[in-house]
Design a protein around this ligand. Structure first.
Ligand SMILES: [Zn+2]
Length: 107
């Protein structure tokens, strides 16, 4: 099982594969890709377990970020190819420029 730096299969960007720790609402043990660089607005605490495995967990009020963890953005929140499953990401008033092509072929 891959763990550590890798590539997102959807957008081919660099990600960090982690194993999720059990949380208050999640069983843990899943794979989660996070963006490779820490992000102050992320919601996922990432640390190295021992020397090899990268583990992550959801930061909550009851379980805030610890000094040995870094805050990362979960990659599904930023992946351009996974946004269709997450319609909450785009505000209503965003205009998609790719639908506004100018007609070609006028003579
Ligand atoms: Zn991706």
């Amino acid at each position: 099982m891959n763990n550590g730096p890798g590539i997102c299969p959807d957008c081919r960007r660099r990600v960090l594969w982690t194993r999720t720790l059990p949380g208050a609402t999640t069983p843990g043990g899943k794979r989660l890709a996070v963006d490779p660089t820490p992000h102050p607005e992320g919601n996922t605490a990432v640390r190295r377990d021992g020397t090899t495995a990268w583990v992550s967990r959801r930061v909550t009020e009851q379980q805030p970020l610890m000094g040995y963890e870094r805050l990362h953005m979960p990659h599904p929140a930023t992946c351009p190819n996974q946004q269709e499953q997450l319609p909450l990401q785009l505000p209503q008033n965003v205009v998609r420029l790719d639908r506004r092509r100018t007609p070609r072929g006028r003579s």
